[in-house]
Design a protein around this ligand. Structure first.
Ligand code: BDR
Ligand code: CA
Length: 322
């Protein structure tokens, strides 16, 4: 299965990228970046760095995308992901060797060749700005994607950006509204499922120890390999969560979206029409409403938690720290 990842490359996006690139079922065709967790320049740099560390000789193309939402001013999340999106440690790392693709993200998304209707899927784990622009400029190219899996929304749970909104939809609610009402084959992975289980610090530490790295302190120092970079990024991400809610761990929102593209049976879904509130105090809120023109999306409502943790262990934790 060929796949394109559109991301605002923060900590859980990075985990999702590792998962996708370590999955033999996937050929990662391209990574496109969008402003969200961090400014887009930083998201592009993070993506170049991680793809290079994973596949030094032959990284997939990384294309630079929208630097701000369609209408609203950009909001980033340094408290959750660090000022650079990777826990604030990139200043100590070298610049990636590869440059970004010369095409803008939207052009690359539209240029991916499709051998048939079931060929390429798209996973979006940031604000939906690039996808909305791609829909406006080349709806035929967007319709050629087999399925679009989107991390976003909060339905029957509180938001994580204010009381009612999920971050990706809050940052660019206009883009979310356009994309979800496009009539494309869309599956949404909302906070309702992504926050139903977490990667705990205990699980991470015990894996790191089982890999022979008894000295986790060593990993917490600046390092240039993926194990050190991702460990420190997760450390930052988990510390934020612990301060915020007492949970010593982190939600792997975006890795769940990639897992659902990989193994659709990991989630259960229900069809619904979704409205995203674009302004006012409920900005970014996602609501189920009666279908307009029969257009629906699939909302994930249930999750096979043990399968998700097995996937994380096999494709992220073991390869990186085992
Ligand atoms: C989403 O917001 C970002 O902070 C995460 O990367 C994830 O995509 C969760 O609301
Ligand atoms: Ca994200």
């Amino acid at each position: 299965m060929r796949i394109v990842l559109d991301m605002d490359t923060g900590v859980d996006d990075a985990v999702a990228m590792v998962l996708a690139m370590n999955s033999p079922e996937f050929e990662v065709e391209a990574i496109t970046t969008v402003a969200g967790n961090a400014p887009v320049v930083q998201c592009t740099r993070n993506s170049l760095l991680i793809t290079e560390l994973l596949r030094p000789g032959d990284p997939p193309p990384v294309a630079h995308g929208a630097c701000e939402p369609l209408v609203q001013p950009l909001i980033i999340a340094p408290e959750v992901h660090g000022h650079d999106g990777l826990g604030g440690l990139l200043d100590s790392l070298p610049t990636p060797h590869h440059a970004a693709d010369t095409r803008p993200a939207v052009e690359l998304i539209a240029a991916i060749p499709h051998d048939g209707p079931d060929d390429v899927s798209l996973v979006a784990s940031g604000p939906l700005t690039n996808l909305a622009i791609a829909l406006r400029t080349d709806p035929t190219a967007m319709a050629a994607y087999r399925r679009i899996v989107i991390m976003g929304g909060a339905f029957d749970v509180p938001g994580n950006t204010g009381p009612v909104a999920e971050f990706n939809f809050y940052v660019d609610p206009d883009a979310a509204s356009e994309v979800l009402n496009s009539g494309l084959d869309i599956t949404i992975i909302p906070l309702d499922v992504t926050m139903s289980t977490a990667l705990t610090r205990d699980a991470l530490e015990s894996l790191v120890r089982s890999g022979g790295r008894t000295d986790t302190q060593a990993l917490a120092k600046p390092g240039r390999n993926l194990a050190a970079i991702l460990y420190r990024a997760l450390d930052y991400y988990m510390s934020f969560q612990e301060d915020e809610s007492g949970l010593n761990g982190g939600f792997m929102h975006d890795a769940l979206a990639v897992s659902a593209a990989l193994f659709p049976s990991i989630i259960t879904t229900r069809p619904a029409s979704v409205e995203v509130v674009t302004s006012g105090p409920a900005r970014g809120r996602s609501l189920v409403r009666p279908a307009v023109n029969g257009r629906t999306v699939n909302i994930a409502v249930g999750l096979d938690e043990s399968m998700f943790h097995e996937i994380l262990e096999e494709r992220v934790l073991q390869p990186v720290w085992g």
